[in-house]
Design a protein around this ligand. Structure first.
Ligand SMILES: C[S@@+](CC[C@H](N)C(=O)[O-])C[C@H]1O[C@@H](n2cnc3c(N)ncnc32)[C@H](O)[C@@H]1O
Length: 277
């Protein structure tokens, strides 16, 4: 049975409810629902949940399920599967994202990922040596990411994965507000942006996951404002991830772009990166 623990200032049409997979996760599930201002279901064993999405908390972590079954569970799994594979065999510093950000073997860059999402890009950058602060403003996405980091800290068997996770910091807030609070001395070296847009890549997997996230998060309509702020605050560069054939995010000329099969990284170089001739 659904319990409304969201309180009076709950969002009017919540797209998700929190469900505890079993009695061991009931207290934590209830606490999560309170924090996210969502309704809480004791168990998903009964009637269909009263929302299109379910955040299910079990002993294996937190996962987002679609009640209509239009995508498989979405969770952050840094220590296993596809992300670990990419971390180990993804092409290292030759990858487009690394070249766009300007990572080198000994560079100690501090990157702010203003649109962290499920943290995949941030994990790649951290795996290649960057220190990454991730900003995420959507509570459901933030909860998935927070849970993924927590589990990776506990479970990462691989030393390189554990070291990458140590270099990642998550702040759950609007990135614009965070950036506005930066003074020149404490601005990130590189600012990375990957705003949500309607058409993303051709692979069915990407499309399903991103479509699901988009239904929850909506479009990032204010990304132009974030971009302008990023240009004002980054020390060396701003990098914007775009679909390969999409126009740049704003009228400012792109310094250079790094294109892959379906993605393009537009680089706005503001100053020379440290240690470059
Ligand atoms: C396309 S997803 C990013 C995917 C991410 N690059 C990854 O690798 O998993 C965009 C995310 O940015 C977040 N976002 C957009 N604007 C934001 C802002 N101003 N502050 C914080 N998060 C923001 C959205 O909530 C969404 O989760």
């Amino acid at each position: 049975m659904a319990v409304d623990v969201a309180g009076e200032d709950a969002p009017r049409d919540s797209a998700a409810v929190v469900v505890a997979a079993d009695s061991r996760n009931r207290a934590a599930g209830r606490e999560l629902a309170e924090r996210l201002k969502l309704s809480f279901l004791d168990s998903d064993a009964h009637a269909p949940p009263p929302a299109p999405f379910v955040l299910r908390l079990g002993s294996d972590g937190l996962a987002l399920h679609s009640v209509e079954g239009c995508f498989g569970p979405i969770s952050c799994d840094f220590a296993g599967g596809r992300l670990r594979h990419r971390h180990q065999f993804g092409g290292g510093l030759g990858q487009g994202i690394a070249r766009a950000v300007g990572l080198k073997p000994d560079s100690d860059l501090w990157v702010a990922d203003l649109t962290a999402g499920l943290g995949e890009d941030a994990f790649v950058l951290a795996g290649l040596g960057a220190r990454v602060v991730m900003l995420e403003r959507h509570p459901v996405v933030g909860a998935l990411l927070e849970d993924g980091l927590r589990r990776a800290r506990q479970l990462a068997e691989n030393a390189a994965t554990a070291a990458a996770i140590e270099r990642m910091e998550l702040i759950l807030c609007d990135a614009a507000a965070w950036l506005q609070g930066r003074t020149e001395q404490i601005c990130p070296d590189v600012i990375y942006l990957d705003p949500m847009f309607p058409e993303r890549g051709k692979s069915a997997r990407v499309r399903k996951e991103m479509q699901a996230l988009q239904r929850i998060v909506g479009g990032d309509e204010d990304s132009g404002v974030l971009f302008e702020l990023a240009l004002d605050r980054a020390r060396y560069r701003v990098v914007v991830k775009r679909p390969r054939h999409a126009p740049p995010v704003g009228p400012r000329p792109v310094s250079f772009a790094v294109s892959g099969r379906s993605t393009r990284y537009d680089v706005y170089a503001l100053r020379k990166l440290p240690g470059r001739t």
